[in-house]
Ligand binder design. Structure first.
Ligand code: F6P
Length: 545
């Protein structure tokens, strides 16, 4: 029997209909304890999920669904190194990278912890040498700028963390180049001195076209001034699982920081891919990031389903996607440091849950991943919040904020937090016709004008949101926050029985691009194309020649 025909799924569908008549305002009015009953603390994070379209019955049905889908067992399977990435026959062990206990973790009967600790020690040694100025460039000067060349998971995680921990950045300046558009590399390199620049070539596979092209161009730029190939060793390091690829590129394997095929690209910032973080903030703070993630791992593994933060977030997502047909989810960090967070979660969530067949390869008959979008508050309030408040779409929102800032302009923070709280309240309560009419009367409008304006001034409210609060955005808290969203993603994939750890959907475009590149450069046809693509290629060729 498919999931959608199961009794629990049907019960959720029936229950959802009964909620149509309810407003969140009424649910709060009926239950003075709603906030305390629907909130919880996990490590450094506090979650208020009371402003969701849920009752005790909703939660109990969702938890039953999770149980029936075998969630606890499947979570344990991941932590214990089972090959849950079935299409690639790989274990999924980003959690081992931040396993701060003495417990062994086995893949194919081999404990992976000694390797993990060896690479952490190598990162420690190297980042300390660079940060202290002991590691010198070819002309004897210390490194002042570090350029990370990578894309997707080899870029978004470290770039997001370095931005979020700006207050802790006391090492060399970090730059991130990802786009194959040469303008990206040029915008960074034009301001740098090759004598004092270190390049990190970050690629799990070491076959990614964009990264290799950017790395070759960076190498060429460097050698134009440094002249001698032997100097590459002081200025280029690699983060990869592909030793042969690294050597073929010309990077000394002694300058390679290894990770393993059981680390997914979008789950890799805890591995050697985190080297830019260690360089920017120091190894101690990088380890504190790991500690925070480990704390969330422990909570996820041990807390009962109904009091488990990633499980609740995952189930609420399923509730809106499958029972309210929500197609998007907005993430609103009220913390400028988290300005790369949404892009990071986009890859994490959309590459993981953008699937339409089950693990066994059967087409699903229910919606899976949704579109993740958003930006730091308060900017969005003056741009797209109008649609959140009065548009026709239901868009569940995650509001995220620290209660203490990490910058000197502390007088701004109450203003930021007031806006943060005001938005969640406005989305939930809305404004009734009676309230709007009273306001318009007070403003002295004529009765005709009041009636004309009234429909525009009412807010339906009843729009769901989660509120995530924490003390301040330090490495430990950030580690926990990222791990929370990783596990939320896993929970959803387990409910939907999809593989959150492969990404075959990105392959076709890559294959076609290789052929089209030849066709553009060599003016020959290598692939059969549809008429539109063929016409476009000819149009470009004609104007380039
Ligand atoms: O094309 C998608 C992808 O494979 C992502 O999953 C990955 O994070 C990114 O490309 C970069 O891959 P790599 O680290 O192997 O260069």
């Amino acid at each position: 029997m498919t999931m959608t025909h199961s009794a629990i799924w049907q019960a959720l569908q029936t229950h959802r209909q009964t909620l149509s008549a309810l407003h969140l305002r009424d649910l709060f009015a009926q239950d003075p304890q709603r906030f305390s009953r629907y909130s919880l603390q996990a490590g450094p994070l506090f979650l208020d999920y009371s402003k969701n379209l849920i009752t005790d019955e909703t939660l109990s049905l969702l938890v039953s669904l999770a149980q029936q889908r075998g969630l606890p067992k499947a979570v344990e399977a991941m932590f214990s190194g089972e090959k849950i990435n079935r299409s690639e026959q790989r274990a999924v062990l980003h959690t081992a990278l931040r396993n701060r206990s003495t417990q062994a973790v086995f893949v194919d009967n081999r404990d992976v912890m000694p390797d993990i600790r060896r690479v952490l020690a190598q990162m420690d040694q190297f980042s300390t040498a660079v940060r202290s100025g002991q590691w010198r460039g070819y002309s004897g000067k210390p490194i002042e700028d570090v350029v990370n060349i990578g894309i997707g998971g080899s870029d978004l995680g470290p770039a997001m963390v370095c931005a979020a921990l700006a207050a802790d950045c006391d090492g060399p300046r970090l730059h991130f180049v990802s786009n194959v558009d040469g303008a990206h590399l040029w915008s960074v390199l034009k301001n740098l001195n090759p004598e004092q620049t270190l390049f990190i070539v970050a690629s799990k596979t070491f076959t990614t076209q964009e990264t290799l092209l950017n790395a070759h161009s960076a190498r060429h730029w460097f050698l134009q001034q440094a002249r001698e190939e032997k100097f590459i060793a002081r200025h280029f390091v690699a983060l990869s699982t592909n030793r042969a690829g690294v050597v073929a590129f010309g990077i000394d394997p002694a300058n390679m920081f290894e990770f393993w095929d059981w680390v997914g690209g979008r789950y890799s910032l805890w591995s050697a891919i985190g080297l830019p973080i260690a360089l920017a903030v120091g190894m101690q703070r990088f380890e504190s990031l790991l500690d925070g993630a480990y704390a969330m791992d422990q909570h996820f593994r041990e807390a009962p389903l109904h009091a488990n933060m990633p499980v609740l977030l995952g189930l609420l997502g399923v509730w809106y996607i499958n029972f309210f047909q929500a197609q998007t989810q907005v993430i609103l960090p009220y913390d400028q440091g988290l300005h790369r967070f949404v892009s990071y979660i986009q890859q994490l969530s959309m590459e993981s849950t953008g699937k339409s067949v089950t693990n066994a390869g059967q087409p699903v008959d229910y919606a899976t991943g949704s579109i993740v979008w958003g930006s730091p508050g308060t900017n969005g309030q003056h741009a797209y919040f109008q649609l959140l408040h009065q548009g026709t779409l239901l868009i569940p929102a995650d509001f995220i904020a620290p209660i203490r800032p990490r910058h000197p302009f502390t007088a701004h923070h109450p203003v930021l937090l007031a806006n943060f709280l005001a938005q969640t309240e406005a989305l939930m309560t809305g404004k009734t016709a009676a309230q709007a009419r009273a306001e318009l009367q007070q403003q002295g409008h004529t009765p005709e004008r009041i009636e004309a304006l009234l429909p525009h001034k009412c807010f339906a409210g009843n729009r769901p949101s989660n509120t995530l609060l924490f003390d301040t955005l330090d490495p430990y808290t950030l580690g926990a926050l990222i791990a929370l969203y990783e596990h939320k993603t896993l929970v959803q994939s387990l409910i939907w029985d999809i593989n959150a750890f492969d990404q075959w959907g990105v392959e076709l475009g890559k294959q076609l691009a290789r052929g089209i590149e030849k066709e553009l450069l060599e003016a020959q046809w290598t692939l059969p194309h549809d008429a539109s693509t063929q016409g476009l290629i000819q149009w470009i060729r004609a104007r380039q020649s």
